[in-house]
Design a protein around this ligand. Structure first.
Ligand code: ZN
Length: 55
């Protein structure tokens, strides 16, 4: 499921909660879309979006 898709269906907070994801104070968490050992997924609460920095 694409971020853009879930974004249109639920609030970001609901999505993260659904997957049991808990961002830290900086809004970072281990990316749910690939094997992630260090948090590379940034959550932007203001815009209700998230972005994976993993290359
Ligand atoms: Zn990722």
């Amino acid at each position: 499921m694409e971020i853009a898709e879930i974004k249109s269906l639920l609030s970001l907070a609901q999505v993260l909660d659904h997957y049991g994801l808990k961002p830290d104070k900086q809004g970072r968490l281990n990316c749910p879309f690939h094997e992630d050992k260090t948090p590379s997924f940034q959550v932007y609460w203001k815009t209700h979006t998230g972005f994976c920095f993993y290359e």
